[in-house]
Design a protein around this ligand. Structure first.
Ligand code: SAH
Ligand code: SF4
Ligand code: F3S
Length: 472
C-alpha cells in the first residue's frame, strides 16, 4: 500500500474547490455553492449559507436541484480567475435546461470586476462583493424578477460578527473562525487590499462566543483567520481596553485545554514576542506558524513592499525557534517577480535552506491589474523562466520537507483524528501540533473522529508521517 504525499490537504490560497453537504429536505428552495481561494472565502461561504438559510434557502451538494448556484471566487492569480470562467461556462447547460435558475458570483473576482462581469459573463445574474453579503436576499429578490443584481461596496466596519456561520462540508472536528477582514499592507503584487478593502478586526466577545459554541458542539480545533492576524486590534468600548492578537489567542486557548487553536496568516513584520510567548505558554495553541517570506532577496522584498529584510526575517525565525523550540514553520514564495535576477532567485533558495521550512506554498508571479506592481514595474521575467525557477524551489522544498519528516521518525505525537486517509479507508488521518499530517492503521482500537491519540512514527514521505497507534 502506498500512502503517498497527497494527504496534505491544507486549504491555502489557490484553486482549491470544495463541493458540499446535503441538507435535510426541509427547504423549498436550494442553493449550491463552490468556494475557491483562501480559507477566508470558505469561512465567508458559511456566513452566506447562514444568510440564505434565513431566507428559506437550504444548501445542497446536488447542483441539479439548485435554484441558485453561487461561486465564491478568488483573484489572487490569473489562473484562479481562469478556473472560475471555465466553471461558469460549465454552468451554462444547467441554465439552459432550467428556467428561473440564478447564477451568482461572490468574493474577490466579483469585487475586482464589478458589473463588468455581467457584460463578460452573460449567464451571471448576481455579482456580490465580500462586504455585501447581507444584501444577498434583496439582490436575489431583484434577480428573480429578471433584474441583474450587483453590490460590490466595500465597508470599513463589516465583520459579520453577529452572524452564526453554518458549517459546510464540515468534518465536525475543525472549523475556521474569522477574526478580521481586509488588509492594509499593500504588498505590491497583491490584489487582496483591493478586493477585500481596509483591515478591520471583529469584536473579541463574538469570536470567543463563536469558538465556545463550536467547542460545545464537539469541535476540537479552531483556526483563527485573517490576512494578517498579528495586527488584530479591537477596542472594547465597555472598559477602554484594546485586545491584541496575543490576548485573543489566550482567550480562545482558555475555553478548554482540549480545544486546539491555530491561526493563519502571520506577517513577518508584525508577529510579536508576546504572541510567541503565548503560543509557548499554552499546550493547546499549536506550535505552528505560517510565515510567508515571498522572496529571499532584499531588493526584491523592497519592490514587493514587504517591509522586512532577509536579515530581519532570519532573526524572526531564530526567535521563533528560541521561544518555541519545536515549532513547525511553513511559508509562501513567489518566483519571477519583476526584475528578479538569477542571483536574487538563489538568495531565495539560500534562505529556504536556512529556515528549513516544513512546508511551502510556491507560485510563480502573476501580474494582477490594479496592483502597485502592475502600475510601477514591468512583468519582465518570461513565463518559462518563472516556471523554471519555480520548479527549482519546489525541488529544494521537496528535500526540506522530506528531511523534516525524516527527523520525526521514531517520535510519538499527539494527533487529532480528523478523517479517514484518502488513500486507504483502513487508515485514520490527523495532524500533530506542528500541523504535519499523520496516518495510521485503524485496527480495532475504537478510535473515532475528533479523538486525540498518540501515534509513533515509523516511516514517512515528504507530505505524510506514517505511524502506529500507541495509546489514547
Ligand atoms: N495575507 C497572506 C497571503 C494572502 S495571498 C499573507 O500575507 O501571507 C497568499 C499567497 O499568494 C501570498 O502569500 C503570495 O505568496 C501569493 N500571491 C499573492 N499575490 C500573488 C501574485 N500576484 N502572483 C503570485 N502569487 C501571489
Ligand atoms: Fe496581500 Fe500582503 Fe495583505 Fe497578504 S499581507 S493579503 S500578501 S497585501
Ligand atoms: Fe483569493 Fe480573495 Fe482569498 S483573492 S486568496 S479569495 S482574499
Amino acid at each position: 500500500m502506498d500512502l503517498g504525499a497527497k494527504e496534505h490537504d491544507e486549504l491555502r490560497q489557490g484553486e482549491a474547490y470544495k463541493p458540499f453537504y446535503n441538507d435535510p429536505n426541509q427547504y423549498k428552495k436550494h442553493f449550491y455553492i463552490e468556494s475557491y481561494g483562501c480559507a477566508m472565502n470558505f469561512a465567508d461561504s458559511e456566513v452566506v449559507a447562514s444568510i440564505l438559510q434565513e431566507q428559506g434557502f437550504g444548501a445542497t451538494n446536488n447542483i441539479e436541484e439548485a435554484d441558485l448556484i453561487l461561486l465564491n471566487t478568488c483573484s489572487i492569480r490569473e489562473k484562479a480567475e481562469q478556473t472560475i470562467r471555465k466553471r461558469l461556462t460549465e454552468f451554462r447547460k444547467f441554465k439552459n435546461k432550467r428556467g428561473g435558475l440564478l447564477v451568482g458570483v461572490l468574493g474577490c473576482m466579483a469585487e475586482r470586476l464589478k458589473s463588468k462581469l455581467l457584460e463578460e459573463e452573460k449567464l451571471v445574474d448576481l455579482v456580490v462583493g465580500p462586504d455585501a453579503y447581507r444584501s444577498l436576499p434583496i439582490l436575489i429578490g431583484e434577480a428573480e424578477t429578471g433584474q441583474k443584481g450587483v453590490n460590490v461596496l466595500l465597508s470599513r466596519d463589516e465583520t459579520y460578527a453577529d452572524i452564526s456561520p453554518i458549517r459546510l462540508d464540515s468534518n465536525s472536528v475543525s472549523a475556521f473562525v474569522s477574526i478580521m477582514r481586509g488588509c492594509n499592507n499593500m504588498c505590491s503584487f497583491c490584489v487582496v487590499p483591493f478586493t477585500r478593502g481596509r483591515e478591520r478586526s471583529r469584536d473579541a466577545h463574538s469570536i470567543v462566543a463563536e469558538s465556545k459554541d463550536l467547542f460545545e458542539k464537539g469541535f476540537k480545533e479552531i483556526t483563527l483567520l485573517g490576512q494578517n492576524v498579528d495586527s488584530y486590534y479591537w477596542l472594547d468600548e465597555a472598559n477602554g481596553h484594546a485586545v491584541t492578537f496575543a490576548e485573543l489567542l489566550e482567550k480562545i486557548a482558555l475555553i478548554n485545554p482540549s480545544l486546539r487553536v491555530r491561526f493563519s496568516t502571520s506577517h513577518p513584520k508584525d508577529i510579536t514576542d508576546e504572541v510567541l510567548y503565548t503560543i509557548a505558554k499554552y499546550d493547546n495553541i499549536c506550535n505552528y506558524i505560517h510565515l510567508p517570506i515571498q522572496s529571499g532577496n532584499n531588493r526584491v522584498l523592497q519592490l514587493m513592499n514587504r517591509n522586512y529584510s532577509r536579515e530581519w526575517y532570519k532573526a524572526k525565525v531564530d526567535r521563533i525557534r528560541e521561544i518555541i523550540p519545536d515549532c513547525g514553520i511553513s511559508t509562501d514564495i513567489i518566483t519571477g517577480f519583476c526584475t528578479e535576477t538569477e542571483e536574487d532567485h538563489q538568495d531565495t533558495i539560500d534562505i529556504m535552506n536556512y529556515c528549513k521550512y516544513d512546508y511551502a506554498y510556491m507560485y510563480f508571479y502573476s501580474e494582477r491589474p490594479g496592483t502597485l506592481a502592475s502600475k510601477r514595474f514591468k512583468d519582465d521575467i518570461p513565463e518559462d523562466e518563472k516556471k523554471r525557477r519555480l520548479t527549482e524551489i519546489v525541488d529544494v522544498q521537496y528535500h526540506l520537507s522530506l528531511k523534516s519528516n525524516q527527523n520525526d521518525l521514531g517520535k510519538t505525537f499527539r494527533i487529532l483524528v480528523d478523517g479517514e486517509s484518502k488513500k486507504d479507508p483502513n487508515f485514520w488521518k490527523g495532524r500533530n501540533d506542528q500541523n504535519k499530517v499523520a496516518v495510521f492503521e485503524k485496527k480495532n482500537h475504537g478510535i473515532q473522529m475528533g479523538n486525540y491519540v498518540y501515534v509513533k512514527i515509523n516511516s514517512c514521505t515528504k507530505g505524510t508521517l506514517l505511524g502506529e497507534f500507541v495509546h489514547f
